[in-house]
Each structure stands twice: as structure tokens, then as C-alpha cells.
Design a protein around this ligand. Structure first.
Ligand code: HEC
Length: 119
């Protein structure tokens, strides 16, 4: 009985954990991030909510990205990893089709903040 209760409580916690995964990036600005990702052309390869054109399909849609637990299905979707991914994806995953992007660390943090608004 007690075990069943513990298991029930544990699964409740796991649930709460998943639904509230606010990923906050200190000092980053999502609005600036949107401007950066428009400037460098992320949408040539991705559909990105908030960007009307282009809507590339090579890299897939980033709609709902904040809710995903993995980046590209294999890296933890955490701020530091995402920022590095945005600047230099091949450094994390040599075989990836996503090229290194010409953005600074600060710009990558802003872009990441924008991606974390996509629910
Ligand atoms: C030349 C095409 C290309 C460009 C430009 C590009 N990407 Fe990607 N991106 C990809 C591809 C292909 C993948 C899938 C990578 C994989 O699975 O290894 C990807 C994956 C991603 C992912 C992980 C998506 C997921 O489903 O987990 C994110 C986030 C991302 N890109 C954001 C960006 C942002 C932001 C920019 C601009 C700074 C950008 N990409 C520019 C091709 C591109």
C-alpha cells in the first residue's frame, strides 16, 4: 500500500516536472532573437512561427520547440546546449545537416530565448 502511494506520488512529481519546464536564459531578449534569426536566414531551412517567409523544410518546423525535451532528437534541450547548437551544431553532432551559424554568443542566447517562447 505504502509502495503504491509512493509510486503514485513519484509519477505526479514527474508529471509536474514535464509540464512546467520554463527554460529561462538570463539577460536574453526574445524580440532581439527574432530579429537575429530573420537576419541570418534560419527560416531558409526551418518553419518558424513569427516568420512569414521563407518557410524552409530542410530542418523541419520549430513550432512547439519549447515543449521538446531533445534537440534534434538526441541532445538535452537545455539553454547552454541549445546556445552552442545554434552557433555550431556540428561541434555537438558532426553528422548533422545544420551548418554553423554566423552569430555571436549573445545573439545565440537571444535566439534561444525566442525559441523557448514557441509552445
Ligand atoms: C542550411 C539549413 C539550416 C539553417 C540555415 C539552419 N538550420 Fe537549424 N537545422 C537544420 C537541420 C537539417 C536540422 C536537423 C539537424 C539534425 O537532426 O541533426 C536543424 C535543427 C535545428 C534545431 C533542432 C530542431 C529539433 O527539432 O530539435 C534547432 C532548434 C534549429 N535547427 C534552429 C536553427 C536556428 C535558430 C537557425 C538560425 C540561427 C538555424 N537552425 C539555421 C538546418 C538548418
Amino acid at each position: 500500500m505504502r509502495t503504491a502511494l509512493a509510486v503514485a506520488l513519484m509519477s505526479l512529481c514527474a508529471c509536474a516536472d514535464k509540464t512546467s519546464a520554463p527554460r529561462v536564459i538570463e539577460g536574453a531578449d526574445a524580440t532581439r532573437g527574432l530579429a537575429v534569426l530573420e537576419r541570418v536566414g534560419c527560416a531558409a531551412c526551418h518553419q518558424i512561427p513569427g516568420v512569414a517567409w521563407p518557410q524552409g523544410s530542410v530542418g523541419g518546423s520549430l513550432d512547439g520547440f519549447a515543449e521538446r525535451s531533445l534537440i534534434a532528437g538526441r541532445l538535452p534541450n537545455q539553454p547552454d546546449t541549445l546556445v552552442q547548437w545554434l552557433r555550431d551544431a556540428p561541434s555537438l553532432s558532426p553528422e548533422t545537416g545544420m551548418p554553423p551559424m554566423p552569430i555571436t554568443d549573445a545573439e545565440a542566447r537571444d535566439v534561444a530565448a525566442y525559441l523557448y517562447t514557441l509552445r
